[in-house]
Design a protein around this ligand. Structure first.
Ligand code: CDP
Ligand code: MG
Length: 136
């Protein structure tokens, strides 16, 4: 059993895809063990994307994450991180396989709808950041 982090980015919330994305996660057999709709603090987003702080897209991706409400989900299950990464699809939606969230619902890398933790270590750090109060 493992817990991982998913963020539904502002584009996903504004396009009313909270149910669609969360529904896919639940239908897979994974459990939602944390759930909140928030306007993220810039400092939280910058800490979340700290690994990318020197990349050219860092400012744009941080601007995007604070541009509107997001949903933070803690998702638990066997191999949850790997399962979720596969379900979300490649970072660039144009390369994401049909059947994935990005491959079905997104078109451009700057609006790729979701974040998911890259590995269990990243998941643990991200869960502390987004759910400091813990999950259920
Ligand atoms: O989200 P994921 O782990 O698949 O990708 P990442 O390489 O960790 O990049 C984090 C996020 O930065 C992406 O999901 C995109 O929103 C954004 N990004 C971008 O806008 N342009 C790029 N060339 C690379 C990433
Ligand atoms: Mg990443």
């Amino acid at each position: 059993m493992e817990t991982t982090l998913v963020l539904i980015k502002p584009g996903g919330v504004s396009r009313n895809l909270i149910g669609e994305i969360t529904g896919r996660i639940e239908a897979r057999g994974l459990k939602v063990t944390g759930l909140k709709l928030i306007n993220a603090e810039r400092a939280t987003v910058e800490a979340h994307y700290a690994e990318h702080s020197e990349r050219p897209f860092f400012k744009d991706v941080c601007d995007y994450l604070v541009s509107g409400p997001i949903v933070a989900l803690a998702v638990s299950g066997t191999n949850a991180t790997k399962a979720i990464r596969a379900m979300m699809g490649a970072t660039n939606p144009i390369e994401a396989t049909p059947g994935t969230v990005r491959g079905d619902l997104a078109l451009t890398i700057d609006d790729n709808l979701v974040h998911s933790s890259s590995d269990p270590e990243a998941a643990a750090a991200e869960l502390k950041l987004w759910f400091p109060e813990g999950t259920v």
